[in-house]
Ligand binder design. Structure first.
Ligand code: BT5
Length: 263
């Protein structure tokens, strides 16, 4: 097992990603894991916040040393697969992935993944992989604006879950995906991702940073982890980064896509 050693545990940090990044600059080993009971400035993508109350959830960051560009874009996807597997192993729940990196249970967000790169003179050297999982959090700890879109594991299983055991399993699952990647079984990973994707085959709106909203069908995943969107106007877009909203009431049309096309 490469990941999860050594472990740095904290009661409270600003952000486990910030602490891991600092350790990374100081030469910490690949696989180093930073875990905290609470975060005061937990962060999401694009400057957003990750609300991180004390003593109820898992907030962790791993230092991954070996990075090349194609691999970097797969880190969040690999991490989401590991989160889904750990959730299934520890609770029996079937979580699904909203592209690129939201983990959902019955359409509500239970976990998020944030991969940040550390580069030197333009060369990506490391990735800080941060994962936040709502384990035992009650909705009362979140602002009311998030009550309808979020959930926690305990809300679904009706009992508290051991956070340490969950973290151990998550680290193990992540390690499995990491080994798979380096053993070049990329197509295995892609098939696994597709089998638990809630996005592929769905009608979605993708909010692109410069272009704005684009309406279409999520048609598949490219080899670099980008989303292939078949726009309603007919063109196909390859999207590297965006926020995606699943349109409700639109039946999945998996049957119209062959496995080949989905990949
Ligand atoms: C993410 O961003 O989903 C990535 C979250 C990564 C958090 C981990 S915790 C350990 C490590 N250290 C950090 O500082 N971060 C990582 P994004 O897709 O941008 O989603 C952020 C949005 O999710 C927010 O704008 C809220 O709408 C929502 N949100 C915030 N806190 C949440 C929570 N605890 N549970 C569910 N949704 C939340």
């Amino acid at each position: 097992m490469i990941l999860g050693q050594p472990i740095h545990r904290f009661e409270e940090v600003t952000s486990t990603n910030a602490v891991a990044m600092d350790l990374c600059h100081k030469g910490a080993l690949e696989g180093t894991l930073v875990v905290a009971d609470a975060q005061t400035q937990g962060r999401g993508r694009l400057g957003r916040d990750w609300i991180s109350p004390s003593g109820v959830n898992v907030y962790c960051s791993y230092i991954l040393r070996a990075g090349h560009r194609e691999w970097v874009s797969w880190v969040p996807l690999i991490a989401s697969i590991a989160v889904v597997s750990a959730i299934h192993a520890k609770t029996g729940l079937n979580a699904r992935i909203k592209w690129p990196n939201d983990v959902l249970i019955e359409g509500k967000k239970v976990a998020g993944v944030l991969a940040e790169t550390v580069s030197n003179t333009g060369e990506i050297q490391s990735v800080i992989l941060g994962i936040g999982v709502n384990v035992n959090m009650s909705k009362a700890l979140l602002p009311s604006s998030l009550h309808f879109t979020t959930t926690s594991l305990s809300e679904h299983v009706g009992e508290l879950i051991d956070r340490n055991q969950f973290l151990t399993r998550l680290t193990g699952e992540l390690d499995v995906q990491y080994q798979k990647f380096w053993n070049a079984s990329m197509s295995d990973i892609i098939h696994e991702y597709l089998s638990i994707s809630d996005t592929i085959g769905r009608r979605v709106i993708a909010y692109l940073p410069v272009v704005g909203p684009v309406d279409g069908w999520a048609d598949g995943i490219e080899l670099d982890g980008s989303l292939r969107l078949r726009c309603l106007q007919g063109d196909t877009l390859i999207i590297r980064s965006a926020d995606v909203v699943h349109l409700r009431g639109e039946e999945k049309k998996r049957s119209v896509f062959s496995e080949e096309r989905k990949i």
